[in-house]
Design a protein around this ligand. Structure first.
Ligand SMILES: Nc1ncnc2c1ncn2[C@@H]1O[C@H](COP(=O)(O)OP(=O)(O)OP(=O)(O)O)[C@@H](O)[C@H]1O
Ligand SMILES: [Mg+2]
Length: 383
């Protein structure tokens, strides 16, 4: 994988939770890479470590959790020069991390009910986020020019018209080096941008939604508002952690399709965390499969569905439900998900695997490029 294509590369990520019952070895050497402009599905059964991986990327793992080892390289690209600087997020000073979290890498969490603040209007919350992330000097000047332009009508007297045009010229000169705007102007500009963000996520009646409170919106609308907020900072990476499972399937498909459309417009790379292989098939061009805190397979989505190589993935795919299917999301694979305080030795999947041999019990398989563009961690790959 050529590094100039990458926006994120995780190697050997280990995260543990130090609980009273023992040490939960939650992530045991997760390997992931995300290419610029890709939508990657991160899939696996409940408890396999998808959310802990997302939290580790953003350094949001809280005690008793601790990131123990690994590298999370973020390939930061300068929007103007296009220059790419790799940074290991795990080595960043907490303060430097603040410039990454919510700005360069945004996350939309599992439950759309958790809008940041239930007591403020949607518009106020998105506008706050705009003020936090954007330098509004230029927008304020543009807003003033816009207001002046629209104040000219066909019955504006000639003298008044030339006064207004003179003011417009004055502001146009300021566009080169806009002055620091005052708070009132900033708030007004932030409101205009917030409304634009709601339009971008195809929110119905954006102006009235601006005035509403989170509880007044439907789940799907709340989800759109959350995505709008996450996109305010124009992030390089957007992570959606099961953002859509609380929604009904049609709304879910709409929101995910919206994300893919937006991706083309704003050039954000996306990670969609889900249990649902149907969602992956419909919306992701790349997929990484996790099992019990490890990455077991990673490849193009079409390749995964056509030729799964890891026995676990093959098991998952034997009965992929369609997006509108109400059956259990995951087909049954014999046995149960292991306890991560005492995980199986070697390959963590070996006790459930029909292809298990002696080496599987002893040695953890490495994630390797088994075929061009298709990575798998298995001692006995299926093809
Ligand atoms: N605060 C915590 N304390 C102890 N163990 C934890 C904690 N948070 C997560 N874990 C453990 O880490 C492992 C991975 O959990 P994680 O939440 O990442 O799973 P997931 O793949 O996101 O599951 P789901 O699909 O249900 O969201 C689990 O075994 C879980 O029990
Ligand atoms: Mg989760």
């Amino acid at each position: 994988m050529a590094t100039e294509e990458l926006v994120l590369k995780i190697t050997g990520l280990k995260t543990n939770f130090y609980t009273y019952e023992g040490v939960v070895l939650a992530l045991d050497g997760v390997e992931l890479f995300l290419r610029r402009g890709d939508t990657m599905g991160l899939v696996g059964e409940t408890g396999c470590g998808k959310s802990v991986t997302a939290r580790s990327i953003l350094r949001l793992v809280e005690p008793p959790g601790k990131i123990e080892e690994g590298e999370i390289i973020f390939f930061d690209s300068d929007k103007e020069s296009g220059e790419i600087t790799p940074v290991d997020l795990l080595q960043l000073h907490p303060e430097e991390m603040l410039h990454v979290r919510g700005k360069k890498i945004s996350i939309v969490f599992q439950d759309p009910a958790t809008f940041p603040n239930p007591v403020f209007r949607i518009g106020t919350q998105i506008a706050e986020s705009v003020m936090l992330h954007q330098d509004l000097s230029r927008e304020v000047v543009e807003m003033k020019i816009g207001e002046l332009r629209s104040s000219i009508t066909h019955d504006t007297p000639e003298e008044r018209r030339s006064q207004i045009e003179e003011k417009i010229r004055h502001y146009e000169q300021q566009l080169v080096e806009p002055p620091e705007p005052d708070d009132k102007d900033k708030k007004k500009a932030a409101h205009i941008i917030a409304t634009e963000m709601l339009k971008l996520v195809k929110m119905p009646s954006p102006s009235s939604v601006m005035m509403q409170y989170p509880h007044e919106l439907s789940g799907g609308m709340r989800q759109r508002a959350l995505i709008a907020m996450a996109l305010v900072s124009n992030p390089n990476i957007l992570i959606c952690d099961e953002a859509t499972t609380a929604l009904d399937v049609t709304v879910q498909a709409q929101v995910l399709n919206l994300l893919n459309e937006l991706k083309k417009e704003i050039g954000t790379s996306i990670i969609i965390i889900t249990h649902d292989m149907g969602v992956v098939a419909e919306t992701c061009n790349w997929v990484s499969v996790m099992y019990a805190g490890t990455t077991v397979e990673s490849c193009a989505t079409v390749d995964l569905f056509a030729n799964p190589i890891h026995p676990y993935t093959a098991g998952l795919l034997t009965a992929v439900p369609k997006l509108h299917d109400t059956r259990e999301r995951f087909p049954q694979i014999r046995g149960t998900v292991p306890n991560l305080i005492t995980p199986p030795s070697g390959c963590r999947f070996h006790p459930r695997c029909d292809y298990c041999t002696e080496i599987c019990k002893k040695e953890k398989p490495e994630l390797k490029e088994h075929r061009p563009g298709h990575w798998v961690a298995c001692h006995n790959p299926l093809s």
